[in-house]
Design a protein around this ligand. Structure first.
Ligand code: FEO
Length: 393
């Protein structure tokens, strides 16, 4: 698939993918591993595909081009959804130079234990392809230390690797040809679940990129569709998302054993809605809702309530697992509180509150506990709690 006079998409559409990063990330709409062939006087290949598709990829590539005529292999990131095709490719062209960031050398060696002809490049280094050049821009922690962008002069194409991508399989190559709601929903999910901990680096990198004043006509990420219509719209979204993003939304995330904590959640939601009728409220049962979808809802919320009954002096495992992920994702500028019912010892709310404080949330209350099964009076207390919370936030 031709992107410009010199650039061709040679990647893999993975319609089958339902889990990514092991089982950590749900990919309901599949994904793509984008690989690009750039043919000028010299030929460069940017990125490969995920390891299971390596043979298919190289077979397809060799039907398009004599592999020996690839002059430069560009490996902007060692994670195997990008570099998984390298061993099979390099088996055919073992002496070709492999361009990567200085950190990429370690990463690629660490993954494949091969001594390929590595050519480390830094930000600002240029590689002439003839009438065009590739300019390299290191992008550490977007989202590994080794990530790197590269920019093709003349055609003004930015190959952004993981940044600006989405897990979305489509036969349509371009952003303007797919469902816009789904596209931006998947972009946000990708940002919230993968890039959020590195928002400071994202902001910095975007500033640096814009300061380079390179015209950008197309952004080619390594996953999902290519941004050809208003390509900078996704850069603008990233700037917004990197700045402690929140909407007028409260998410109430909970798990429940015998429905007591669920009834608390619903009553709190009713109180918030009474006091703030325009605020979006989402109730999410953590044992029944996809974890990455919950993370995305937390990302867009200004305030998040976490609920669990007490069990064995602790909290329910779906909430414990979720909180571990929330801790690592380093959300900024969000308020939180805990709630839950209990029978005797009642440590759950305290455990949730401590975990939320450790995860960087601002606690807006000491939390709400209800003894045994909530009765009408307790549920009214939850409604009141919701009303007050809405006023406080
Ligand atoms: Fe698409 Fe960091 O891998």
């Amino acid at each position: 698939m031709k992107i410009s006079n010199t650039v061709q998409w040679v990647g893999k559409i993975d319609w089958d993918l339902r889990k990514f990063h092991g089982s950590e990330y749900s990919t309901f709409y599949g994904s793509t591993y984008n690989s690009y062939l750039v043919r000028d006087e010299k030929t460069a290949l940017i990125d490969t595909v995920w390891a299971p598709y390596a043979r298919e990829y190289v077979r397809h590539l060799s039907s398009l081009i004599d592999l020996e005529s690839i002059d430069y292999v560009i490996a902007p990131h060692a994670e195997i959804d990008h570099s998984g095709g390298l061993p099979e490719l390099m088996r055919h062209i073992p002496d070709k130079p492999v361009f990567c960031s200085p950190r990429g050398v370690d990463s690629l060696r660490g993954h494949f234990h091969q001594d390929w002809n590595f050519q480390p490049v830094k930000t600002g280094d240029r590689l002439s392809l003839g009438s065009r050049e590739l300019i390299f821009v290191e992008a550490p922690m977007l989202h590994w230390p080794d990530n790197m962008f590269c920019y093709l002069t003349e055609e003004a194409i930015l190959f952004s690797n993981d940044a600006f991508g989405q897990h979305l399989a489509s036969e349509q190559l371009y952003n303007d040809l797919v469902d816009q709601d789904l596209l931006f929903r998947e972009c946000m999910k990708y940002y919230a679940n993968i890039l959020n901990p590195f928002s400071v680096q994202v902001e910095k990198k975007i500033k640096e990129l814009l300061a380079m004043q390179l015209p950008i006509s197309i952004i080619c990420p390594s996953h999902g569709v290519i941004w050809r219509e208003k390509p900078l719209q996704i850069v603008d979204r990233y700037r917004e998302w990197a700045g402690a993003y929140r909407e007028d939304q409260v998410s109430i995330v909970y798990d429940t054993m015998w429905e007591g904590t669920r009834r608390m959640a619903e009553s709190i939601a009713a109180g918030i809605h009474e006091a703030a009728p325009l605020t979006e409220i989402k109730l999410l049962n953590s044992s029944k809702t996809d974890k990455n979808e919950i993370i995305t809802e937390i990302f867009r919320s200004g305030t998040v309530l976490f609920g669990s009954p007490t069990i064995n002096r602790g909290i329910l495992t779906s909430m414990a697992g979720l909180l571990e992920e929330v801790r690592g994702l380093k959300f900024r500028g969000k308020k939180a509180a805990a709630f839950g019912c209990y029978g005797w010892s009642g440590e759950g709310v305290g455990i949730l509150s401590d975990a939320l404080r450790d995860a960087g949330f601002e606690l807006v209350s000491e939390g709400l506990r209800v003894l045994w099964n909530p009765d009408r009076e307790s549920l009214e207390e939850c409604v009141q709690y919701g009303r007050k919370l809405a006023a406080d936030i």
